[in-house]
Design a protein around this ligand. Structure first.
Ligand SMILES: Nc1ncnc2c1ncn2[C@@H]1O[C@H](COP(=O)(O)OP(=O)(O)OP(=O)(O)O)[C@@H](O)[C@H]1O
Ligand SMILES: [Mg+2]
Length: 369
């Protein structure tokens, strides 16, 4: 799929998402202070990522950097993508994230304290990772409960720490340098999705990205990512496999049935596809419920909405089923909602929302103030 519909942009920024089943590129630009869609492209290729089964479970780029760079070069030139500045995403499963609690120290001392404490939180040699952090909240905890003294309140600073192995970041660096692009940012997908699907809205939201190999669940509070979780093996690939086994048909046929019928065959007495795939959807639902409940307990604020993305979210009947099972509103996220584009593209862009939400979030990073 290649589209190209604007002349050379004045200032633009690229988002490139390398997922398990393909690469998606979005180029955004500025026009009269509005963010406009200038170009987008995608290629479908299987197995860009592979789950490595060793020690700490991390998702890594399986294909050689040069093969990915070659594919990207082709699509960039075919689509006429001109921007050189790029942000790229790393799967949540490629990064290690943890919550660090610091005492209430002055703002200028936080960076030093995080550097100092980081090694306790990262289960890998600190010189083998790059890490980044952000403040996600400040908490007030009561001091000694036996002492009735309201002035004795201890403030804590809550930090989200994200570490990515250098081996992984090097692969992304190699890809961009082979393409003569300038890598401005590398971030985990949770941050890209928070930017494109929730932005700075007040309140707490749960983003559920149901992809090919995994389902990633990210909680965003007042515009900040406050947690991300991986549900391994609960994705589109597993759904195809279970249909294939359940009906004794090959993967290709199972994939067609999945996309045509999905979870919507509630009628008739024949063995249903919805019955066969229910166990996988149930795992995802129970993870969402657990995460939502734990967020409500910890922050005393309920989740306002569950926002679905990833192409398995397009499964027919899925949104109705999730809405029935979860006690909060559920919707498919629309990454294009704050972006200006040619109205003739409306239908195709909306239909492909779950496909481009990471790439749009990455490209939006170029316009953050
Ligand atoms: N219309 C559809 N209905 C149901 N499933 C679909 C549909 N279109 C694509 N899929 C499935 O969605 C999955 C791919 O989703 P997506 O492109 O979001 O994953 P990815 O980003 O490549 O993978 P991951 O996030 O696991 O790395 C595949 O399993 C594919 O079969
Ligand atoms: Mg994905």
């Amino acid at each position: 799929m290649v589209f190209n519909f604007f002349k050379k942009p004045p200032s633009s920024f690229l988002g490139i998402d390398i997922g398990t089943t393909g690469i998606r590129i979005v180029q955004l630009g500025l026009q009269d202070k509005n963010i406009i869609l200038e170009n987008y492209a995608s290629i479908e290729t299987k197995d860009y990522l592979e789950i490595l089964g060793s020690g700490v479970k991390l998702n890594n780029i399986k294909m050689s950097d040069s093969k990915i760079a070659k594919d990207l070069k082709k699509i960039i030139s075919k689509a006429g993508i001109v921007s050189k500045k790029v942000a790229m995403s790393i799967p949540i499963s490629s990064a290690l994230s943890s919550i660090m609690i610091l005492p209430d120290i002055p703002e200028e001392e936080i960076a030093k304290a995080v550097d100092f404490e980081a090694r306790q939180y990262i289960p890998m040699p600190i010189n083998e990772v790059v890490f980044d952090w952000s403040i996600i909240g400040r908490e007030i905890q009561s001091g000694n409960s036996n002492v009735v003294d309201n002035s004795r309140q201890i403030k804590k600073i809550k930090i989200l720490l994200v570490a990515i192995p250098k081996e992984t970041t090097n692969k992304y660096m190699n890809i961009v340098s082979a393409l003569d692009l300038k890598l401005i940012a590398l971030e985990t997908e949770s941050f890209s999705l928070a930017r494109s699907l929730v932005a700075k809205q007040n309140g707490a939201f749960t983003i559920v990205d149901i992809g090919s190999r995994t389902t990633n669940i990210t909680v965003v509070e007042n515009g900040f990512v406050v947690g991300s979780h991986i549900v391994l093996g609960a994705g589109g690939e597993e759904i195809t496999k279970i249909i294939s086994h359940g009906f004794d048909i090959d993967f290709k046929r199972a994939d067609v049935l999945k996309k045509d019928i999905g979870f919507s065959d509630n009628k008739g007495s024949e063995k249903k596809i919805s019955e066969v795939i229910l166990p996988i959807l149930s795992i995802i639902i129970s993870e969402i419920q657990k995460i939502n409940e734990s967020h409500s307990r910890a922050s005393k604020e309920n989740i306002k909405k569950v926002v679905l993305t990833g192409r398995t979210a397009s499964l027919s009947g899925l949104i109705e089923y999730f809405s029935k099972e979860l006690s909060v509103p559920v919707e498919i996220g629309n990454p294009w909602k704050n972006i200006i584009y040619d109205s003739t593209l409306d239908e195709v862009l909306k239909k492909n929302s779950p496909f481009f939400s990471v790439a749009v979030g990455l490209a939006l990073r170029g316009f953050e103030k």
